[in-house]
Ligand binder design. Structure first.
Ligand SMILES: Cc1ncc(COP(=O)(O)O)c(C=O)c1O
Length: 435
């Protein structure tokens, strides 16, 4: 497998686009040297790079493409709407139509507002919480990797360059599954915390009562409970992780899985908070979400069709089923190669990731790069093990065989040294201070 065309495109991209990509998670530093640098086409869960190499892809479109690339009913729904116009001078009927579809899924929400990016939806929740409570500080979960591109969040990561100290100091952090760490923040900053931001779960499941305790603590402390459902949204349950775990946030943000890759996100929540961004109240006005493309009609059409297919074809159940098949197969390989503790599949079946560890069982970016390199050589593009509706049994079984071969190399690298097998540099985490 060669990547000469990719290399030329990467060179060009880096000279005119900072980072050579529009999402850090897609960047060159996230992949080994021997990797496809530029993709040109997808079909279902298969993609082709600019050199003509074919891959089975995982985590497609950063988890946005949940049904499959070029999934016809969605493309056709969007296309039909495009022919009628994609943006008008006044709201279109498809806006309340789509809003109702989403509200029918999200039990505890009364109102919803759409945007294009998850970041905007979560940041709108943060602003609303500040306006609603008259407070400035935000408590965010330290163990969850990403909430928004905006200053309130990025300022709390190691990549905080360009963000004023005054803003950085307003975001404080608590630990997942540790209610006392959140209680301690409320005690340390009495009457100052406007909102608590977290995902319901990532790779770690919530302890019994943890989510209910967060909701209760927010209520007693007068803070707004904000659940980021960007990933959990339509992967844990069609009603979100909030439905699955039976927890009721004040506000919740959805995105990724809503429209099979079309750009749409949503902030949903309680009327008394959401309406602050509206026209039917006499309080101070809040500039909630307001963007030129926020209600782009074909993305809304794609979302309505996606929700329909999720219901008709029991998509969430299939994501779990295919993820289970993949996990079972790879766990078997791990056992047969004696790799327990060195390579691990983690998370919920509909949202699997993996951990790579070195000889001392410490997290290793070099071993991650090696695993990526060896799976790429065998036709897998696998930064995660997140399946889509299009991953067939055949795709999964081929994947397990290819992962088995890649992990045989991993096993040898544990014995001989990773540098014997990895071509070029290791990969690096996105959030780091220097290149
Ligand atoms: C949990 C979570 N929240 C928010 C976001 C931001 O979404 P977007 O990239 O659409 O702005 C992401 C994106 O990866 C995410 O994973």
């Amino acid at each position: 497998m060669t990547f000469s065309q990719s290399a030329a495109w990467q060179e060009k991209a880096h000279s005119i686009i900072p980072g050579g990509a529009h999402t850090y998670a897609k960047g060159d530093d996230q992949y080994p040297v021997l990797a496809p640098g530029c993709l040109v086409q997808g079909d279902g869960c298969h993609v082709w790079d600019v050199d003509g190499n074919e891959f089975v892809e995982y985590g497609m479109g950063l988890r946005a493409v949940t049904l499959g690339h070029g999934y016809r009913p969605i493309v056709e729904a969007a296309y039909r709407q495009m022919l009628k116009g994609s943006n008008f001078t006044r709201p279109a009927t498809i806006e309340p139509e789509c809003a109702q579809e989403l509200l029918d899924l999200v039990d505890k929400a009364d109102m919803v507002k759409f945007a294009k990016n998850g970041s905007d939806a979560v940041s709108a929740a943060v602003r609303l919480s500040r306006a609603y409570t008259g407070r400035d500080m935000i408590a965010r979960c330290a163990d969850h990797p990403f909430f928004s591109v905006d200053d309130w969040f990025i300022g709390s990561t190691p990549m905080s360059a360009g963000i004023p100290r005054a803003v950085r100091e307003l975001t404080v952090q608590f630990r997942y599954n540790d209610i006392e760490s959140l209680r301690a923040l409320f005690a340390q900053y009495p009457g100052k915390i406007a909102g608590v931001v977290m995902e319901a779960a990532t790779t770690e499941e919530p302890k019994a009562n943890f989510l209910a305790s967060v909701a209760k603590l927010c209520r007693t402390e007068g803070a707004v409970f904000i659940l980021d459902e960007m990933i959990t949204g339509f992967r844990w349950h069609l009603g979100g992780a909030q439905k699955y775990y039976g927890v009721a946030p004040d506000l919740s943000a959805f995105g990724k899985a809503m429209a099979n890759g079309f750009s749409i996100s949503a902030l949903a929540g309680k009327k008394e908070i959401m309406e602050l961004g509206g026209l039917r109240h006499d309080k101070e006005r809040v500039f909630l979400l307001s963007t030129t493309h926020g209600a782009e009609t074909h993305s809304l059409a794609a979302a309505i069709e996606t929700i329909k297919i999720y219901k008709q074809k029991q998509v969430v159940e299939r994501l779990h089923r295919q993820g289970d098949r993949l996990r079972r197969g790879i766990d078997e390989v791990i056992r047969s190669l004696d790799l327990e503790g060195y390579f691990e599949v983690l998370g919920r079946s509909s949202n699997l990731i993996y951990a790579t560890r070195d000889q001392s069982k410490q997290p290793s970016q070099a071993f991650r790069a090696l695993f990526l390199q060896e799976t790429i050589q065998r036709g897998l593009l696998m930064p995660s093990m997140v399946v889509s509706f299009s991953h067939s049994d055949e795709d999964i079984d081929h994947t397990v065989d290819a992962v088995g071969e890649a992990l045989s190399v991993y096993r040898k690298a544990l014995e001989d040294g990773v540098e014997q097998y990895l071509v070029g540099r290791p990969v690096k985490p996105v959030f780091r201070k220097f290149n």
